[in-house]
Design a protein around this ligand. Structure first.
Ligand code: GLC
Ligand code: CA
Length: 592
């Protein structure tokens, strides 16, 4: 391969961070693979499937929480940060897994859930035991609203609605005080204003790094700083329609001390350690401008963020459970703005899926037998060719689809179950509420990984904690690995391309035809090398009215998701769900 002068400069002047050309794979352990037949995925199951991840070519594995937990929110409610939940395995097994991951040249990143603990964590048990407890101030305890009786309707200290429905405050009968829980009642928020809390979290993080883990994905980390007045007062938020509650998010999103807390964490935990670690902050509501600050290497906060703008575009007026069709022009405007905003400083994560989002092939693609593979690989291509670090969520590389949930009894997720209960109690039509859950419910992402066409898709020999999608007879890893035209092999090629073509990792980004309703098109340019990415996000043949089409006539096809000739005469015509990456070299590069 030839090296242009520009590339050479890039490589020597400031070596790009190692995560620019790698891909992260997320495991939701409960649903990945079960090794002991109890129906719950576990560490043994992960160990047994490392070959699959190595074949895919991912560089980093992120594990959703495996710590000791009552499992109210499937492990995002932690009762012991320094132990493994018995349903997942033991610390010894964890050490073995870490070693095996490292032996294959991959890294392992843990989930860090420190906005809240479980209500069964000893810190909270002690905090709750008495208003005089030395740990009382580790959480957010408040007396009832002035002039109101504890427990009376509306007596909560603020009007905030919990992200999992209902009020964000729970009354503790014994003391007559309320504690804050932005999520479930079993997930009390830690008080980061208290320096002892911060020191305890830092110590726990160092303990994991000393054990050999390669970094952290930080759960709702931009919610740890609350906007609290000097006298301890927290402010009401604007009313949420159809509920007695208010939206408190302005008081707990990107709060006044968030940058200070992250910089302190960086100093106390990461400074002086190996630069090969990874930190990624999950940040609902983060803006491009804030993301630049969070990820500017000079500020030493986090390496990259998860932002939510593009996965909120199909939310209707009633929120996530009131979905509306995605407009491609909105998606381009949003992702394009993020590309531009982080062009000079900072770095972004790229994702369609995780354990909180419905399956992308059902959501933005077409999961019918006719278009499932093409639409899954089309969406993958356009995402992975952006600048940023791509994340693949388990099963995404197989083109797994949403589930076919029937009644409310089929749902397991506390967010869905609570939403149903509250919405129906408030008078909503149960059938309509259910329809929303079927589209956007998080359980869509949590059905077991489909390893084979066999019983329970090879996930377990027992009874899975949530049923397997019946389409595992067609959609499964065995079939995908054996078929060169599968979604799996396309993801493998995309992951490889990021490593072999520097323009994918580092090239400039330019959006083309932003107003086109079906075509997502852009270029990436690094030195003399320019890539053209074309994706037909529709089930009909289209023409991509490119401004510069003639210049690309006959350009090499680096990668495509459908069988095409290596250099189509007219690059602008795209078959249903077709995606292609073309490459050309400018100037005198041919002489090198
Ligand atoms: C994050 C997690 C989600 C969890 C919530 C509370 O959004 O991704 O699964 O329910 O935080 O911890
Ligand atoms: Ca198990």
């Amino acid at each position: 391969m030839t090296t242009s002068p520009q590339q050479h400069d890039l490589a020597t002047a400031a070596a790009p961070a190692w995560w620019t050309d790698t891909v992260v794979y997320q495991i939701y352990p409960r649903s990945f693979a079960d090794s002991n037949g109890d129906g719950i995925g576990d560490l043994g199951g992960i160990l047994a499937h490392l070959d699959h991840l190595e074949a895919l070519g991912v560089g980093v594995i992120w594990l959703s929480p495996i710590y000791r937990s009552p499992q109210d929110d499937n492990g995002y409610d932690i009762s012991d940060y320094q132990d493994i939940d018995p349903s997942f395995g033991t610390l010894e097994q964890f050490d073995g897994l870490l070693e095996a991951v490292h032996a294959r040249g991959m890294k392992l990143v843990m989930d860090l859930v420190v906005n809240h603990t479980s209500d069964e964590h000893p810190w909270f048990v002690e905090s709750r035991s008495s208003p005089d407890s030395p740990k009382r101030d580790w959480y957010w305890w408040r007396t009832p609203r002035r002039g109101m009786e504890a427990g009376a309707p509306g007596a909560e200290p603020t009007n905030w609605q919990s992200i999992f429905s209902g009020p964000a405050w729970e009354l503790d009968e014994a003391s007559g005080e309320y504690y804050l829980h932005l999520f479930s009642t079993k997930q009390p928020d830690l008080n980061w204003e208290n320096p002892e809390v911060r020191r305890a979290v830092h110590a726990m993080m160092r303990w994991w790094l000393d054990r050999g883990v390669d970094g952290f994905r930080m759960d709702v980390i931009n919610m740890i700083s609350k906007d609290v007045a000097a006298d301890g007062h927290l402010h009401d938020g604007p009313p949420v329609e159809g509920t007695p509650y208010g939206d408190g998010s302005a008081s707990y999103t990107n709060g006044p001390r968030i940058h200070e807390f992250l910089q302190e964490m960086h100093r106390e935990v990461f400074a002086g350690r190996d630069a090969q670690l990874l930190t990624v902050g999950e940040m609902p509501g983060v803006t491009v401008e804030e993301a630049v600050l969070f990820t500017d290497p000079a500020r030493a906060e986090v390496d990259m963020v998860f932002q939510f703008e593009h996965v909120n575009l199909d939310h209707g007026p009633g929120g996530k459970f009131d979905p509306r069709p995605l407009r491609l022009t909105d998606l381009k405007a949003s992702l394009g703005r993020w590309q531009e905003g982080l062009e000079e400083v900072g770095w972004n994560s790229l994702y369609w899926n995780n354990h909180d989002q419905p399956r992308v092939v059902s959501r933005f693609g077409d999961d019918s037998p006719e278009h499932r593979v093409a639409s899954a690989t089309c969406l993958a291509t356009l995402l992975h060719l952006h600048r940023g670090t791509p994340y693949v969520y388990q099963g995404e590389e197989l083109g797994m689809t949403n589930a076919d949930f029937g009644s409310i009894e089929d749902f397991r997720d506390i967010e869905s179950v609570n939403h149903y209960r509250h919405a129906v109690a408030a008078g909503a039509d149960p059938a309509a509420v259910l329809e929303g859950l079927r589209w956007t419910g998080r359980d869509n992402a949590r059905t077991p990984v489909q390893w084979s066409a066999g019983e329970h898709a090879g996930f377990t020999t027992g009874t899975p904690w949530i049923p397997v999608n019946p389409n595992h007879d067609v959609v499964n890893a065995d079939a995908a690995r054996a078929d060169p035209g599968s979604v799996f092999h396309h993801y493998r090629r995309l992951i490889e391309l990021r490593r072999t073509e520097p323009a994918v990792a580092l090239g400039d980004f330019t959006m083309l035809v932003p107003e086109h309703e079906q075509v997502y098109a852009f270029t990436r340019r690094l030195g003399d090398v320019e890539l053209l990415v074309l994706a037909n996000v529709s089930g009909e043949e289209v023409r991509a009215d490119l401004p510069d089409a003639a210049a690309w006539a006959g350009a090499e096809v680096l990668l495509g998701n459908l069988p095409v000739s290596s250099a189509p005469a007219d690059v602008t015509v795209l078959a249903p769900w077709e995606a292609r990456v073309h490459r050309r070299v400018h100037g005198a590069a041919g002489q090198h």
